[in-house]
Structures are given as structure tokens and as C-alpha cells.
Write a protein that binds this ligand. Structure first.
Ligand SMILES: Nc1ncnc2c1ncn2[C@@H]1O[C@H](COP(=O)(O)OP(=O)(O)O)[C@@H](O)[C@H]1O
Ligand SMILES: [Mg+2]
Length: 258
């Protein structure tokens, strides 16, 4: 594995009114790595994703992608730099088809704008064809060919989660942030999702940071784990190190682990 740090969460703190949501949290994710953030509800996991994407601005600290600060950028600029995400609650265009949702993933961030599209019609058509081709590849990759022309709203929840993953990888990101990719899934859907996450890392070389509550998935997939509790990093290490850390057992794994 490449050990160059690609995504650097550098000592960030943020508070909302009286709530200190994150306190001096640092975590480095190597290029091509697969890392996870775990911790109880309200620990600050989604807040970290919102800081990375510039939806929130940390009060102190910084977020660096390949050494470049993202803090001053607007969220869409962060996406253009190569960070894509999925959400804890699915965010798709429910009335659009699977293909159209994935096409939007490409157009929002890689496409020629409306104006350049009008000025360079030929270029826009060629781009459209290449976007379409990439979207079809992703649809094959995620094994959702049968539903490609269906509206998202009519699909089962587990498939919607997969489409949302497709929308994120349609951006060809350097770094993929997955917020609870298996939440609400049954065992089979969870296994499928875990396999797709691993395949994205291995076949596309994408750096992945996931927030995940399913400890089986985390321990199987993650090379590096950070544990948060009340906005503080209480542990960091390999799955084995984290599992055997008494602080983690007490704070997070609770009665399941004791
Ligand atoms: N926009 C916000 N306004 C106020 N409080 C927030 C906001 N976003 C997050 N928080 C608070 O920050 C804490 C961490 O939330 P969150 O990051 O969603 O936790 P997790 O994803 O680990 O369950 C919670 O106490 C939550 O209420
Ligand atoms: Mg969350």
C-alpha cells in the first residue's frame, strides 16, 4: 500500500452553539487506503465528513487533500478537487432513473458547463457520449443493469444505496467518503455492499474513508480505524489494535464486547 497521506484531517475542532462536536481531531488516510471512523451516535462522525466537504468550516484546524488546504473552498469546489460522498440518508433524485442520477454525478462535477456546451456543441456531444459510457461501466460494475432505466423511487432500499454509491463513483473521485453504507441493510445486502466497497478500492484505486456501524464490515475492510467518542479521538490503529483497546471496549463496544 502507498503510504503517502492523501487526505489529512489536521487537528480540527468545531462547535455548534454550546456543543463541542469535534475537539482537536487528526486522522491521516494514505493514498489508496481504506480507513474507517467508528463511534457511538452523536460522536461527531458525520460532522467530520461535513468538514471535509466544506459544508461546515472547522473553527480551528485544516483539511488537506494531497497537501492542499480545502478549508477555503466551497463544497462544489471540494467535489471538483476529487472528493465524493454518500450520505447517511440516501440523497438521490427519486423521480429520475438510475442512469440519469449517475449522469448527474458526472455533469455536476466534470462536465462542460451550459455555456461552453452551447459554444462547443461538438465537444459537448463527445463528452456526453464518454460520460454515458463511463456510467454504463459503473452500472455493470455495481450489477444494477436490470434497473438502469427505473426511477430510483421504485427501487428497494438496498439497491437505492447501491445507486447512491454509483452516483459518487461516477465522479471518478480520488477520495470516496461513505457515511454508513450498510445502514438499514439485511445480511445479504450488507455483504454485497462490503464487496463493492472493496472492489472500488482494488479495481479503481480509490482512497476510501467510511463511517460504519457494522463492526463485522469495519473489521473486515478497514486497514486503519479511528474511534471517536463525544468529539474526541479516543483510539486509532489497525482493527486488531482498536478491538483490544480497553478505552474502546468501554466507550463503544460496550456490553457486546465485554
Ligand atoms: N448543524 C448542526 N447544528 C447543531 N449541532 C450539530 C450540527 N451538526 C452536528 N451537530 C451535533 O454535533 C454532534 C455530532 O453529530 P454527528 O456528527 O451527526 O454524529 P454522528 O454522525 O457520529 O452520529 C451531535 O451532538 C449533533 O447534534
Ligand atoms: Mg452520522
Amino acid at each position: 500500500m502507498n503510504t503517502n497521506v492523501q487526505l489529512d484531517i489536521a487537528d480540527i475542532s468545531i462547535s455548534f452553539g454550546g456543543i463541542q462536536a469535534l475537539t482537536e481531531v487528526s486522522f491521516q488516510i494514505p493514498a489508496g487506503g481504506l480507513a474507517a471512523i467508528i463511534g457511538p451516535n452523536g460522536a461527531g462522525k458525520t460532522t467530520i465528513f461535513n468538514c471535509i466537504c466544506s459544508v461546515y468550516k472547522p473553527d480551528i484546524g485544516d483539511i488537506l487533500l494531497d497537501g492542499e488546504s480545502l478549508k477555503a473552498l466551497k463544497p462544489h469546489k471540494v467535489a471538483e478537487k476529487g472528493i465524493a460522498r454518500t450520505f447517511q440518508n440516501i440523497e438521490l433524485f427519486a423521480e429520475l432513473t438510475v442512469i440519469d442520477n449517475l449522469m448527474l454525478g458526472r455533469h455536476l462535477h466534470n462536465g462542460s458547463g451550459i455555456l461552453s456546451g452551447a459554444l462547443f456543441y461538438g465537444k459537448a456531444v463527445r463528452e456526453e457520449v464518454s460520460h454515458r459510457k463511463r456510467v454504463e461501466e459503473i452500472i455493470d460494475f455495481l450489477e444494477i443493469e436490470q434497473v438502469r432505466k427505473k426511477k430510483v423511487i421504485n427501487l428497494p432500499y438496498g439497491i437505492q444505496k447501491r445507486v447512491e454509491l454509483g452516483r459518487a463513483i461516477a465522479m471518478d473521485p480520488k477520495v470516496l467518503l461513505l457515511d454508513e453504507p450498510t445502514s438499514g441493510m439485511n445480511v445479504e445486502e450488507t455483504e454485497d455492499m462490503a464487496r463493492f466497497v472493496l472492489d472500488i478500492k482494488e479495481e479503481m484505486g480509490t482512497t476510501i474513508l467510511m463511517v460504519e456501524h457494522d463492526m463485522g464490515v469495519v473489521m473486515d475492510l478497514a486497514e486503519k480505524i479511528m474511534v471517536l467518542d463525544f468529539g474526541l479521538k479516543i483510539a486509532e490503529g489497525t482493527p486488531e489494535e482498536v478491538q483490544n483497546n480497553p478505552k474502546v471496549i468501554q466507550a463503544y463496544l460496550g456490553e457486546d464486547a465485554v
